[in-house]
Design a protein around this ligand. Structure first.
Ligand code: 4NP
Length: 151
């Protein structure tokens, strides 16, 4: 799960997907990173921690890290939360970047529509709640899409 700062959107996606994967009995390794290094080693945004907690998911232990080239070798799928994130991933990945491994996160829910998960960083708590609901729904779509073939 990849966003810009790895403090708002992708930590929610990591927490939600890890929870769903565990409930489904799958052995996927789910992690997150950001294309910016500005917030490295910081915990998730207080509103990301809060919205997850209100939905029974604890993400306070997560720490932000920057995406690195080796991630493109080590993961089967790297899902950008938005189109600007995808551009940053191409730069970081260099020769290791592959379009097939990096579909937009929301592509599982809205195929071919090139949609972004809105960045809630400068928004209100309500924006984080909306982002949580969108991520939750899309994680279900990702599980349906890849669950059978990766079991
Ligand atoms: P995220 O949100 O990419 O969902 O973690 C952001 C966090 C920080 C910044 C931008 C987006 N920033 O510019 O510092």
């Amino acid at each position: 799960m990849v966003c810009l700062g790895n403090i708002c959107r992708s930590p929610i996606a990591e927490g939600v997907m890890q929870h769903k994967v565990k409930m489904a009995g799958l052995d996927w390794v789910v992690e997150s990173a950001g294309t910016y290094g500005f917030h490295e080693n910081e915990p998730p945004h207080v509103s990301s921690i809060k919205v997850c907690k209100e939905n029974g998911i604890d993400i306070h232990h997560q720490r932000a890290r920057k995406l690195k080239e080796s991630d493109f070798e080590n993961y089967d799928l790297l899902l950008p939360m938005a189109n600007d994130v995808l551009s940053g991933m191409q730069t970081i990945g260099g020769h290791s970047f592959s379009t097939e491994k990096c579909p937009l996160f929301l592509d599982a829910l809205f195929p071919g529509m090139l949609k972004d998960v809105p960045d809630p960083y400068y928004g209100t708590y309500e924006d984080f709640e909306k982002v949580y609901q969108l991520i939750d729904k899309c994680c279900d779509a990702i599980l349906s899409k890849y669950g059978e073939q990766k079991k």
